[in-house]
Design a protein around this ligand. Structure first.
Ligand SMILES: [Fe+2]
Ligand SMILES: [Fe+2]
Length: 181
């Protein structure tokens, strides 16, 4: 069976309790990067995290990985409209964590995934390999969403040139931040 099909079956199984509880559906109302909303963004990050975890030769706690990834941006407001007291980039992991604790029984690992996913913008590093994985998947998906939005606005040839120039930066960023335990 293809890995992506296996990933989708496992994702459906592990994410079902999260979709059944809490206010995840509300994330559809909030814009994230470009034309994507917080719901699509969170699902993409969770699926990318799971896919990479299945590829790597390490043992990952898959259920907590998916739950943490789905809730990493559970801040429940549109950051383009509502301006929080502190800058959104720094404060939203804590808001998301507070909301997740209110609506779900989250484990210390899931809490760490949510709180530390903005590393290295927020300087405290993640504690678990699952948290590092979500941090990387989040940046990868955010970059994809950013360029997808840019592609919609720019001439295709110019967008392609911009995208190809960014690839080495994305790769070097990923390699530098792969200090697996
Ligand atoms: Fe975030
Ligand atoms: Fe995110």
């Amino acid at each position: 069976m293809k890995l992506k099909i296996k990933r989708d079956i496992l994702f459906e199984h592990l994410s079902e309790p999260v979709f059944r509880t809490g206010l995840l559906e509300q994330l559809k109302e909030f814009n994230q990067h470009g034309s994507s909303n917080c719901y699509d963004h969170s699902v993409s990050v969770a699926k990318a995290s799971l896919y990479i975890a299945m590829l790597l030769p390490f043992h990952f706690k898959m259920e907590q990985l998916v739950r943490g990834a789905l809730l990493h941006d559970y801040f429940l407001y549109d950051w383009h409209v509502t301006k929080p007291e502190k800058l959104h980039g720094f404060s939203h992991p804590h808001t998301a964590c507070r909301n997740a604790k209110r609506d779900f029984d989250i484990t210390p690992l899931e809490e760490n995934i949510i709180k530390r996913h903005m590393f290295p913008l927020t300087p405290v590093p993640p504690r678990f390999k699952e948290s590092y994985l979500v941090t990387l998947a989040d940046k990868y998906i955010a970059t994809k969403e950013f360029f997808a939005a840019l592609r919609q606005r720019l001439h295709p040839a110019r967008a392609l040139r911009l995208f190809s120039r960014s690839v080495p930066y994305v790769f070097s960023f990923m390699i530098v931040f792969l200090p697996w335990k």
